[in-house]
Design a protein around this ligand. Sequence first.
Ligand SMILES: [Cu+2]
Length: 198
Amino acid sequence: MTGAPGQRFRVVDGFYPRGAYRLIDLAYADTPLRAQPPEASIRLPGNPLPEPDLARAERHVVSFAGGMMGMMGRGMMGGTSAAAGVWTVNGVAATGHAMAPMLTLAQGRTHVLALANDTAFHHPIHLHGHSFRVLGRNGVPTRHREWQDTVLMAPRERVEIAFVADNPGDWMFHCHILEHQAGGMMGVIRVAPDATRT
Ligand SMILES: [Cu+2]
């Protein structure tokens, strides 16, 4: 952070086409925290995440669908009773808090998830238990193959993500718009040794 004491910076959210709005201001204190930069290195240690081996990856298709009822009015989505079953992952609208795995991934292997947003809505898709690289969008490779744990999918967008399944267990995979999750847009991804695959 190299600004001068007392400087302020406006952070503007320009995502929405209807217009940018001011999200927050970042302000430097009037008094510097230290008189000069520290002499010792403050470099962080290297990233310990295992690099996906794309040449040997297993590939899985995950499609997100639904939402047509939501276009009929807010009442359909806003109530407490009408939300269940509006959204699906691979054709299943998940309900309740315990569910069979939608995918079982071999532990220790690289997996590519080919995500398809077959809806007219944005969905921030979140995976528990792992970070993943975002490989590409609509067939176009991303510039930095960035590490994320949530990927925002635009309407009708195709996104490919990859990760090494090194964390055994049952992990929730869901839209992070919680009305969508409650309406069925969630599933469990199981990571287990090869012998226990179903
Ligand atoms: Cu969603």
